[in-house]
Design a protein around this ligand. Sequence first.
Ligand code: 4NP
Length: 148
Amino acid sequence: MNSILFVCLGNICRSPLAEGIAKQLSSLHDLKLTIDSAGTGSWHIGESPCEHSITVANKHGIDISGQKGRQVSVYDFDQYDLIVALDGSNYNDLKRLGCENLTKLGNYGFEGNDVPDPYFFDGFEGFEKVFTMIEVAVENLFKAKKLL
Ligand code: 4NP
């Protein structure tokens, strides 16, 4: 396992957090992993992560402000060892595009549940919950893949 791509809908709220958290964990343990994130949608290509995601990541010592939104491509399926969908609709969209090396982040400690989309939340509070869920699930994923 050398590379992981996290995929949500917009690539501005959840998967940028997953990317930032996974990169921090990877560098903490001196792992040689390629980690990136993307969205199934095209609305936010080239945009920075949403303000609340940048803020909650900062609070946890992770800088995601330099990330730029991009749309997932079928070429990513060969490029990355594992594609990790943040929710069931992302999973289904990726499956439909032909992705086979696919899993769902909620499979790692959250009984397959979706990471809820905080884009539609009211205010900042939900972002803390989403951050914690992603942080725990990413660590579980790394352990399940024998990276830790
Ligand atoms: P994300 O959140 O999938 O966690 O990045 C969203 C961001 C934007 C939109 C949907 C979800 N949108 O519809 O623009």
